[in-house]
Design a protein around this ligand. Structure first.
Ligand code: 3HC
Length: 696
């Protein structure tokens, strides 16, 4: 029987427990159970106070996201909260874990809230492209004031229990057993005959802002910087603004309308897709819960350059000692100085205490002795991107590394199987591809070699999560998922310059689309010389990028690249324009006007096509994995859901037909639609359909 909510008694106190693993989400059965139990407790004259709590790892972590977009079945969460609102006995929410979204809204229907130490409370709806839809935008400001509520709702970030206590969101922190503490709290309330003011009737915290309504816009201006193109933040601000002058019942109705509009919108659908895609990516075919990861107590990173330094910081940041190895003292010193500078910047920003910086630095063992990797449980090679160099190094590593150590390469393009072959422990080898800056970017592509052992893969996944990355398993091919698709985009970006666009046109179209920066600004940041060298090795040429590199324009580091730099801000350079126009003339291309729409199609459709090939070849397991890669590694806007989800919203037939046209017009075979894309387009299907069929 579906009975996720139960009621028991501790003397005169009723205890209502939600037990709906894993996170007690408020699916229909839970709402119904809550409604029934609260009604029963309300009507039972022998019950003098009511405690609501959650079983398992957390109190209710929100509405059930899988129910969004489906017809809703009564009672709604608002019905439950209205019922609790009208109960004249003390109601107390006893929370632990992560009371989030609808879960926190439920607690704000109660008179009081007590929390276990370590609880994190928040309204994360904005991360799903939504706003709180069951009174959160009205009740949180009534408990903590607009000054605190607005940033909480706009960021979606939860706050720790002690901050919640200080802000007035929580009335007491319970040490020891939570329910026992909550029952004791209830008895105290009864004994002291504390007034039972409903949260909806609390007005004290709003007095100030109501007297100075112009302050509202100041608070908004402080916190609403990064909301370009997004619908939910504007709706959240509109809803919170109602606390200034709109009666709460009317405001809650309006909040609900805003919420319902967002739920059916494309942005929220995309963000919900990403929420589930990220969790799906953690599930690796063939690696069940029975595959235990190896224990990782020490790490070694070879290479103290930009990548190696960033990678080692990830380990030190979570308390894992890390040996960092370089060829010569000077390079090692430079690497450690950069690491220290990075930490110092965090201290200046206030995100790291000087004491913790000291603790982290103490975890580094910098050395030029390769033998120092002998104690490491995981060794990550992050040296120059060159196959013979890497092979030679792996030959040495395997002679020193201890038995059972995971041996990883941070290569961004090269064949991991070929590298593994030089060792006598092929199953221990895999790729761990970090993204620059490696201490910041969340993505970690884990490259599964054809003979990588399941527990080695499980270890890399576990390590990835431990160091706060989003790991995605990919297969071996040139560039794996991310860079392979990036390269499809890069080729088109160059062609667009030759055909008539300028760097600022191409970058502008992509930033308008929602990327933090376009391909040319990105090239300037990474260094144009990097791609130039790699192309020279492969015997290929990118006319414009290579001409710039030959002129010593390497990007930001030389103050000139596709743009001119003063500091970090790019300025279009007439010299570059001339150089581009000359290149078009040299190659006999007649320049023309290129629209923004064409730029988006030309840059992103080939990526989708490459993504389809990646799926056909089994390099990525699911379209959602590709979306997660692009979101966390390359800044694809979350509200567009990643390239594959976005392609579904555009329509695969439209994309396929345009690619066919491009292939015809340019004679470029890469634009021939992938078989999977053709099939789905013919069927009127989507990548989401493909994922469902594959999972079934
Ligand atoms: N609805 C449905 N399923 C959910 C869920 C939710 N709100 N929250 C988590 N889950 C599922 C996950 O999909 C995952 O399923 P899986 O095991 O099949 O992959 C499982 O629960 C465990 O989740 P995590 O792997 O994320 O577990 P963690 O322990 O790492 O994190 C968490 C727990 C912090 C609660 C995290 O899951 C989370 O942030 N959840 C979303 C919370 C949220 O956004 N709540 C607001 C929802 S919107 C809302 O409430 C609207 C209201 O205002 C009306």
């Amino acid at each position: 029987m579906d009975n996720p909510v139960s009621l028991r008694r501790d003397g005169n106190v009723a205890i209502i427990t939600v037990d709906n693993p894993p996170v007690n989400a408020l699916r229909h059965g839970v709402r119904k159970g809550l409604f029934e139990c609260f009604t029963q407790a309300r009507d039972d004259a022998s019950v003098e106070a009511i405690v609501v709590t959650g079983a398992g790892r957390t109190f209710v972590a929100g509405a059930d996201i899988t129910e969004f977009g489906k017809p809703s079945q009564p009672p709604g969460l608002m019905d439950v909260i209205s019922l609790i609102d009208d109960i004249s006995k003390p109601t107390i929410a006893a929370v632990h874990g992560t009371p989030l979204g609808g879960g926190l809204e439920l607690t704000m229907g109660c008179h009081f809230r007590v929390a276990a130490a370590g609880t994190r409370l928040g309204l994360p709806e904005i991360k799903l492209g939504l706003i709180p839809g069951a009174g959160g935008t009205q009740r949180l400001p009534r408990l903590v004031g607009v000054e605190k509520a607005l940033p909480m709702i706009l960021s979606g970030d939860p706050i720790p229990a002690k901050d919640a206590l200080a802000a007035g969101l929580v009335d007491e922190i319970v040490e020891g057993d939570l329910v026992t503490g909550a029952v004791a709290f209830a008895r105290k309330v009864l004994a002291e005959k504390r007034p039972l003011t409903r949260v909806k009737d609390r007005e004290e915290k709003l007095k100030n802002i109501r007297a100075n309504p112009q302050k509202f816009d100041e608070i908004v201006a402080q916190h609403a910087k990064k909301t370009r193109g997004l619908h939910a933040p504007a709706a959240a601000i509109e809803a919170i603004r109602m606390t200034l002058d709109t009666p709460i019942d009317e405001a809650q109705k309006k909040e609900r309308e805003l919420f319902l509009k967002l739920v059916v919108g494309d942005q929220s659908k995309a963000q919900r897709h990403i929420f589930f895609a990220e969790r799906e990516a953690a599930k690796v075919p063939g690696i069940g819960k029975d595959v235990a990861p190896r224990e990782i107590k020490r790490a070694a990173v070879i290479g103290a350059g930009t990548m190696g330094g960033g990678i080692s910081m990830n380990f030190a940041n979570v308390g894992i000692p890390v040996t960092i190895i370089e060829n010569d003292e000077a390079a090692l010193k430079r690497g450690m100085a950069t690491i220290e500078k990075n930490y110092q910047m965090s201290v200046q920003r206030g995100s790291l205490t000087p004491e913790n910086m000291g603790k982290r630095l103490a975890l580094f063992n910098p050395t030029t002795d390769l033998n120092a990797l002998k104690d490491a449980d995981i060794v990550i090679e992050a040296v120059f991107e060159n196959m013979p160099v890497k092979k030679e190094l792996f030959g040495k590593i395997e002679k020193i590394a201890k038995k059972g150590a995971v041996l990883a390469t941070n290569t961004s393009y090269l064949n991991v199987d070929e590298i593994a072959q030089v060792t006598s422990r092929v199953p221990d080898v895999l790729g761990m591809h970090f993204f620059s800056p490696a201490n910041v970017m969340k993505l970690l592509e884990i490259v599964r070699g054809k003979d990588t052992a399941p527990d080695v893969l499980a270890t890399a996944m576990a390590v990835g999560r431990k160091i706060n990355k989003v790991p995605v398993v990919v297969g071996v091919c040139h560039g794996f998922v991310g860079n392979r698709m990036l390269s499809a985009r890069g080729i088109e970006a160059e062609k667009l310059l030759l055909e008539g666009a300028l760097p600022q046109d191409v970058d502008g179209a992509l930033t308008e689309f929602g990327f933090p920066m376009g391909p040319f600004a990105m090239s300037d940041l990474a260094g144009i010389d990097v791609g130039w060298r790699s192309r020279k090795e492969r015997g290929v040429r990118a006319e414009i990028a290579d001409t710039l590199a030959e002129a010593g324009r390497f990007g930001q580091k030389t103050g000139k690249g596709f743009y001119l730099y003063e500091g970090r801000s790019p300025r279009p350079d007439p010299e570059v324009e001339k150089l581009i126009v000359d290149a078009s003339v040299r190659l006999g291309v007649t320049r023309r006007n290129v629209s923004k729409e064409e730029i988006i199609e030309r840059l992103i459709y080939p990526m989708v096509n490459e993504g389809a090939r990646i799926l056909e070849e089994g390099i990525a397991t699911r379209p959602g994995d590709i979306d997660v890669v692009w979101l966390y590694g390359y800044g694809f806007p979350a509200w567009r859901g990643g390239p594959m989800h976005w392609a579904d919203t555009v329509g695969l037939k439209k994309i396929r037909d345009r690619l066919r046209q491009l292939a015809r017009e340019s004679g470029d075979k890469r634009h021939e639609p992938a078989a999977l894309l053709n099939k789905l387009a013919d069927e009127g299907g989507t990548f989401a359909d493909y994922a469902r069929q594959k999972a079934a």
